[in-house]
Write a protein that binds this ligand. Structure first.
Ligand SMILES: NC(=O)c1ccc[n+]([C@@H]2O[C@H](COP(=O)([O-])OP(=O)(O)OC[C@H]3O[C@@H](n4cnc5c(N)ncnc54)[C@H](OP(=O)(O)O)[C@@H]3O)[C@@H](O)[C@H]2O)c1
Length: 246
């Protein structure tokens, strides 16, 4: 039976991926901190095993990966958080909180799994299209996602020498508890079920870069080609129009 380990499997994209892989007959190692949600998953699906740890704690991640009951063919590093900087007021504590999960949490996982990898294995990281262009309020979130995408793009080249495949997933807006907190317009948002179908389809093909949904992320990538001065102008307009609406 093929095995997938998913971090952040207690909610949103990770939860949907975990249940969909389980329904397809995969053996699923579902990770997160929410023990009751993990217990519920394991009761509902006999092929889901739960592994509880906090990605910000390097020791917990190392111990959990070392003692896994099954060996994953696919490592899907998805756990993440989002907080915004309001009114341009820099808050380094907030930035550290976001970096701790989205950047260092991912690094802890990559560090812990690297000695376990075998030729033919597949490692996927869920980043965000928000890391690709200048966006309002996204000093913390955008930076954390840009940083992990950068690391994975280099790591991918290193691992390719050892026959390890990598994928970086760049979601646009997906309806989950994370986006439910947002008060601004989220263009072309897709349901989590659709995101899971698209992500799993492209992971099966071992695509190195996965953009979901395609049209919205293509627009963002096109804007990201503009000079930074133009991107800043666009952000100024977005901030101004949000101010006028509120
Ligand atoms: N939704 C979107 O529109 C969107 C867009 C772009 C990128 N993404 C990325 O997609 C990923 C999943 O997002 P989502 O929308 O599904 O969010 P979500 O519903 O809030 O789920 C986040 C998951 O991450 C886990 N997590 C958070 N902090 C953790 C920690 N310290 N240790 C272990 N697990 C932790 C949570 O589990 P516990 O609480 O049980 O620990 C939860 O299962 C994130 O990396 C996010 O940045 C989402």
């Amino acid at each position: 039976m093929t095995c997938v380990l998913i971090t952040g499997a207690t909610s949103g994209i990770g939860l949907q991926l975990a249940t969909d892989y389980a329904k397809e007959g995969w053996s699923v190692l579902a990770c997160g901190r929410n023990q009751s949600q993990l217990d519920e998953l394991a009761i509902q699906y006999p092929n889901i095993t739960h592994v509880a740890f906090d990605v910000t704690d390097a020791e917990q991640v190392h111990t959990s990966f070392r003692d896994l009951p099954h060996f994953p063919d696919l490592w899907l590093l998805n756990a993440g958080t989002c907080e915004y900087i309001e009114n341009g007021e820099m808050d380094s504590t907030l930035v550290k909180r976001v970096m701790d999960v989205n950047f260092y949490g991912m690094l802890h996982c990559i560090e812990a799994l690297q000695s376990l990898l075998r030729h033919g294995d597949h490692v996927a990281v869920v980043s965000s299209i928000a890391g690709e262009m200048v966006l309002p309020k996204s000093q913390a979130y955008g930076a954390s996602k840009a940083a992990i995408s950068y690391v994975m793009n280099v790591q991918a080249a290193e691992w390719a020498q050892q026959g390890i495949s990598t994928s970086i997933v760049y979601p646009g807006f997906v309806k989950t508890p994370l986006t439910d907190k947002n008060t601004f317009d989220m263009p072309m948002m897709i349901p989590v079920e659709e995101a899971s179908v698209k992500i799993r389809k492209q992971l099966a093909k071992r695509k190195s870069h996965i953009y979901v949904p395609w049209i919205f992320t293509a627009i963002v990538r096109f804007i990201a080609l503009f000079p930074y001065a133009w991107q800043q102008k666009l952000v100024r307009k977005l901030i101004k129009s949000e101010g006028e609406q509120s």
